[in-house]
Design a protein around this ligand. Structure first.
Ligand SMILES: Cc1cc2nc3c(=O)[nH]c(=O)nc-3n(C[C@H](O)[C@H](O)[C@H](O)COP(=O)(O)O)c2cc1C
Length: 389
């Protein structure tokens, strides 16, 4: 079983991750993982924090001379900003100055109030430090290891921004998006496959900044080269669509998830479902359309996996909403601290990581082995069996 844990506070010393059950002899391209971390920090509309951080992983164990050992992989991403927070975030009892910075004013749209009440904290910094999306840097790095494994098994994962506020990619362009769009996507600050929309999306961010407001949007993650047979229909919690949906929904600010054309309730069944064809030469079944997003009955069907995430607008705004101080019970207007205005491009990168983690887990279940070579040969022999059915 492939599993992982993350630990770390937003302004703490660093983010620690452990990835367990990862096969041995997978080549580790540190540059590729660090590049994903850099991609997570990018995108037009980010706040000042991203200028302070320069995220990189430092592997502590589980990798030797560039290859995984099969033992737990442990790594840390140091928080550069910690230098400015050593007193407030100290692990020592009652550090000097911590009282002064006590957070008693919960921000609407954050975990501050429900989290503070749940854990009975009078200082909501104890909540926001962990509920912050800073933690997603860990997930991107864990996902980076999973992507390296999946890449070796022929799977490519990519994402792009499909909407920023009301600036939305057209159905026509969306239909043409594929792995060959990757260069265009990565060259665009908003990670948009349509070069015409990049400026419009940036202008939407500018308008929000001018108004002291924030915006949300949508991203799509795709996984190409996923074999048939991952996940299962035999039990609810083994369904691949359900597992992917949970993983994408777990990204901070994601409030809805769509698999394939899942949000389209208008088409007739005859327009919706993907007809089955057979390629004699390849001895493979295939589809001309992919409304199912590569999953039927909770099982991957061999087509590209397509999953979308919808982000609510960022909750911290200059145009502050009303809230109530938990100590005095007095109403107040939420204070503004430096914050992102729009994070959809970054959320796509986190989405890629979450999809990679779930797919790597599903691969491990189906083709499990202690080494990459073992997994690869299990995959190949399964493919051959399916061809000969
Ligand atoms: C990459 C990323 C960066 C984020 N940055 C901020 C931010 O700067 N300020 C903020 O208020 N919320 C930010 N958020 C959103 C909050 O983390 C999120 O809304 C909050 O934790 C509450 O969780 P929920 O929206 O999932 O309910 C960010 C989310 C992501 C994915």
């Amino acid at each position: 079983m492939l599993r992982f844990l993350t630990s770390g506070e937003s302004h703490g010393r660093g983010l620690v991750s452990i990835l367990e059950g990862f096969p041995a002899q997978v080549p580790v391209a540190f540059g590729v993982i660090n590049q994903d971390l850099k991609r997570r920090m990018a995108g037009y509309g980010r706040g000042a924090r991203m200028k302070i951080e320069s995220d990189q992983i430092e592997v502590l164990s589980g990798v030797r001379h560039g290859y995984t050992l099969g033992s737990p992989v442990a790594f840390v991403i140091w928080n550069r900003d910690w230098e400015n927070w050593t007193g407030i975030m100290s692990a020592e009892p009652d550090p000097a100055g911590s009282e002064k910075r006590r957070v008693t004013r919960p921000r609407p749209g954050h975990a501050d109030l429900p989290g503070g009440l749940k854990y009975q904290f009078l200082d909501m910094r104890n909540v926001l430090e962990r509920s912050s999306a800073r933690e997603t840097a860990s997930r991107v790095a864990v996902g980076g290891f999973c992507r390296l494994l999946l890449r070796e098994l022929g799977v490519r994962i990519y994402s792009h921004t499909t909407a920023i506020k009301n600036v939305r990619i057209s159905e026509e362009v969306l239909e043409r998006v594929g792995i060959e769009s990757l260069e265009q996507i990565e060259a665009s600050e908003m990670r948009c496959a349509d070069p015409e929309l990049n400026q419009g999306m940036k202008a939407a961010v500018d308008r929000a900044i001018e108004q002291g407001d924030t915006i949300g949007g949508e991203f799509e993650v795709r996984a190409l080269g996923v074999p048939v047979g991952l996940g299962s229909y035999v039990h609810w919690d083994r369904r691949l669509d359900g597992r992917l949906a949970q993983a994408v929904m777990s990204i901070n600010a994601v409030k809805a998830v769509e698999v394939g054309s899942g949000l389209e309730s208008d088409p007739y069944g005859s327009q919706y479902h993907d007809e089955i064809l057979y390629d004699e030469a390849k001895r493979e079944f295939y589809r001309r359309t992919n409304h199912a997003g590569g999953i039927e009955g909770g099982v991957s069907n061999g087509a590209e996996i397509i999953i979308r995430g919808v982000l609510k607008p960022i909750p911290t705004m200059r145009r502050a909403l009303m809230s109530v101080d938990i100590e005095t019970k007095e109403p107040f207007k939420a204070q503004y601290e430096r914050s992102d205005t729009c994070v959809v491009p970054a959320a796509g990168v986190i989405g890629e990581a979450m999809v990679a983690i779930v797919l790597a887990q599903a691969f491990q279940e189906k083709f499990g082995g202690d080494t990459l070579a073992e997994m690869r040969s299990n995959l190949e022999s399964f493919r051959e069996r399916v061809r000969n059915l």
